[in-house]
Design a protein around this ligand. Structure first.
Ligand code: FMN
Length: 356
C-alpha cells in the first residue's frame, strides 16, 4: 500500500497522520526539482523534510538533465532516503516544457538513458511514476515500463489515465493490466481513483498489480490503507469512522501542521486541507467558511466548538446524522456506470496544482 505524491499535500504532517493510523507501507514526498535540491534551495529541502517516524520514505524527483537527476539521487541516498521515484506523469506545462513529467513518456531512449544513469549511481531502489501515455493514441507506458525494467528500475507506479485525460473519465484498468503484462518481474503498482477497499480489490483483481497507490482517497479517508488490508484479508468492510474519530484525526493533522510549519504558515496551509476532511462530515458550511480563513490554534478550537453546536440540528436522537444528511458512499470511477462517471469525479484540489 503506497501513498501517491500529491504536490502541496503529501508533506510531513500528512504522512505522519497517515502512518499513525497505519496500513501504509511506503510514502512519497511531493515532486521535487532535482536541480533545486542540488542548489540547496531551502524550499526544496522543506519538501523533503522528514523524521524517524516517517519511514520508509521515497522522494519523488523531476527533471530532465541526466547529471542532475543522478546527482540528486546520490544526495538523497546519502541522506538515508529509502528510494527515489522519478516523475514521468506530470501533465503540467511548466514541467513538460523542459522535458520532465509526461514528456518523458514520449522519448523512450532518452528516458531509459537518464534512468540508467541514476540506477547505476545509487544502491537504493529507483522507481518510475507514469501515466498510460500522452494521449489515447499513444499508450507508451507498456513499452516504457519494459525499457525501464531493462535498465534496472525497481518498480513502476502507473496512474490509469493519459496525460490528455487529466483527471476526467474513468481509470483504465485494462491499460494498467497491459503494463503489468509488459514487464518481466518487477512490481507494477496500480493507481487512480481508489477511494474504497472494494475499489482497491478490483484494481488488484483486474490488473494483476502487485500493490495499490492511493492519493486523493487518503484525504477523504485516512483510514483507507488499513481498511483495504482488513478487507483483503477478511472480506469484511470496516465500519465508516465516526465523526468524532474524523475530528480526532483532523485535529492531529492540524497540530502536526503547526509543529512542522509554525502556527501562522501551518494554519494557512491547513486552509486547503480542512475542506477535504469536511467532505465526509455531512453538512459543513459553517466549518468550511471558517476553515478557509483560519489563522491560529485558538481560532481552530473556537471553530470546532461552534461547528459542533451548529451540526446538532442535523443529528437524530442517537447523535447520528439524519439519513438525508449523510454523505453518499464513495465509489471508484472504474466501478461506476459510465454515465455516472462525469457526475461524480473526485474533485481535484484547487490552487497552483489544479492541472495535475
Ligand atoms: C493535487 C495533486 C497533486 C499531485 N502531485 C503529484 C506529484 O507531485 N507527483 C506525481 O507523480 N503525481 C502527482 N499527482 C498525481 C497523483 O499522484 C495520482 O497519480 C493521481 O491523483 C491519481 O490517484 P488518486 O485518484 O488516488 O488521487 C497529483 C495529483 C493531484 C490531485
Amino acid at each position: 500500500m503506497f501513498l501517491s505524491p500529491l504536490a502541496g499535500y503529501t508533506n510531513l504532517p500528512f504522512r505522519l497522520t497517515l502512518r499513525e493510523i497505519g496500513g501504509l507501507d511506503l510514502a512519497t514526498t511531493d515532486l521535487v526539482n532535482a536541480r533545486s535540491l542540488l542548489e540547496k534551495n531551502s524550499k526544496a529541502f522543506k519538501l523533503i523534510e522528514t523524521c524517524p517516524a516517517d519511514k520508509p520514505l521515497a522522494v519523488q524527483l523531476f527533471g530532465s538533465v541526466p547529471e542532475e537527476m543522478r546527482d540528486a539521487a546520490q544526495l538523497l541516498e546519502s541522506m538515508g532516503i529509502a528510494s527515489v521515484d522519478i516523475n514521468m506523469g506530470c501533465p503540467v506545462r511548466k514541467v513538460c516544457k523542459v522535458g520532465g513529467g509526461s514528456a518523458m513518456m514520449t522519448e523512450l531512449d532518452r528516458t531509459a538513458d537518464l534512468v540508467r544513469g541514476m540506477v547505476n549511481a545509487v544502491k537504493i531502489p529507483v522507481t518510475a511514476n507514469m501515466r498510460l501515455g500522452w494521449d489515447d493514441e499513444n499508450h507508451t507506458a507498456p513499452d516504457l515500463a519494459r525499457a525501464l525494467e531493462d535498465v534496472g528500475v525497481a518498480a513502476i507506479f502507473i496512474h490509469g489515465r493519459t496525460r490528455e485525460q487529466g483527471f476526467s473519465g474513468t481509470v483504465n484498468l485494462r491499460g494498467i493490466r497491459a503494463v503489468v503484462q509488459a514487464v518481466r518481474s518487477i512490481p507494477v503498482i496500480g493507481n487512480g481513483d481508489v477511494t474504497t477497499p472494494e475499489g482497491a480489490k478490483m484494481m488488484f483483481d483486474e490488473t494483476g498489480c502487485a500493490g495499490v497507490s492511493i492519493g486523493r482517497g487518503a484525504f477523504y479517508n485516512p483510514w483507507i490503507f488499513q481498511n483495504v488490508r482488513k478487507f483483503l484479508v477478511t472480506g469484511m468492510l470496516p465500519a465508516e469512522p465516526t465523526f468524532e474519530e474524523r475530528v480526532r484525526v483532523m485535529s492531529r493533522h492540524f497540530d502536526l501542521m503547526i509543529e512542522v510549519f509554525g502556527e501562522e504558515h501551518g494554519c494557512r496551509m491547513f486552509r486547503k486541507v480542512g475542506p477535504w476532511y469536511s467532505k465526509r462530515f455531512g453538512p459543513a458550511n459553517e466549518f468550511n467558511k471558517r476553515v478557509v480563513r483560519l489563522a491560529s490554534r485558538e481560532e481552530f478550537s473556537k471553530m470546532m466548538e461552534d461547528y459542533r453546536q451548529w451540526r446538532l440540528q442535523f443529528l437524530d436522537e442517537h447523535g447520528e446524522l439524519k439519513p438525508s444528511y449523510r454523505p453518499p458512499p464513495m465509489v471508484s470511477s472504474f466501478m461506476m456506470e459510465p454515465a455516472a462517471v462525469s457526475r461524480q469525479e473526485i474533485p481535484v484540489p484547487r490552487g497552483p496544482v489544479e492541472l495535475w
